[in-house]
Design a protein around this ligand. Sequence first.
Ligand SMILES: [Ca+2]
Length: 354
Amino acid sequence: MTTTRHASRPGFRTLTAVFSFLLLALPAWAAPKKIIFDTDPGTDDAMALILALNSPELDLRAITVVPGNVTAQMGLENALKMVSLANRCDIPVAAGAQHPLFQKLVTAEFWHGKNGLGDVELPTGKCKVDSRYAADLIIQLIHESPHEITLVPVGPLTNIALALEKDPSIVPLVKEVVLMGGSISGGNVNAAAEANIYNDPEAAQIVFQAGWPLTMVGLEVGDKALLTQKYLDQIGQTHGPINDFMYAVVKHLVDLSARFGSLGTPMYDPSAVAVAVDSSLVKTKDMHVDVETRGEFTRGETVANRHNAVERNVLRGDHYVIEGVESVKPNAKVCVDVDADRFLQMFVSRVKGK
Ligand SMILES: [Ca+2]
């Protein structure tokens, strides 16, 4: 008896431990990730927002609007129309900055259509704007759920920088930042800069240097993940208010891409949401990234140090001498590759509500 009882105890303890672990681990595993979506909608913003709304892994706590692709006012109207379409007036939609920190706004109706949504008209919805200012709402939500909020900015980083400037104590309380912006292989606005960073380089530099966990989902992801006619046809196979809206917006983008000789439309903004849903879609490398704010040809470039080291040059007489190498601390996980087909399949199936 004694031997049996002794023999059974470790097994029982193991089972109890496993059960307790599951009880503790399950809610955390099952709980959707709380995100704040900062956006300048925008056609690819629309794709990103629908992906976020249709992803059970995410709990969209707020949408904050920043000027970029369109003016702040038009972006706000578009955001409200889309949450209305999705029947999600429970999600606060807040207005924020009206212009970049230190430069004039550059809007992009050329790419996004006169209304910012590829000239796809949505009815004025029933959802109303939240009374809180975007930066204040970001600060409030982070303090209400410390270490639980993931920021997903897919526009210029003005609102996020304003929140940081107003309350730097949010830095250690944010779970992570997964942003769409930047590039380590040339720009899409010009030779050097990606659009979101180009539209507010000073704000971007503040956000990159804040000291929080940050993933940069840049052009290396979006340009590799092209939504082609094949995927558009799949979206067109099913119908519903969101499905049909997405089909029309994506068709606008695929047709636009064809005019510029591309086989499909790059999945820029949806890529940050996709990484928030499933980080295994991308390969990352830790790098130190600075944002160029002064270059004649490079303002808005994300300057990434691939080997995280700089030479130490010391003045000796009339010239400098390299005396060693100093390490540089990475401040970003930079996405360098993506499983494009898996990402696109996920996007299509989520749009279709599956
Ligand atoms: Ca955007």
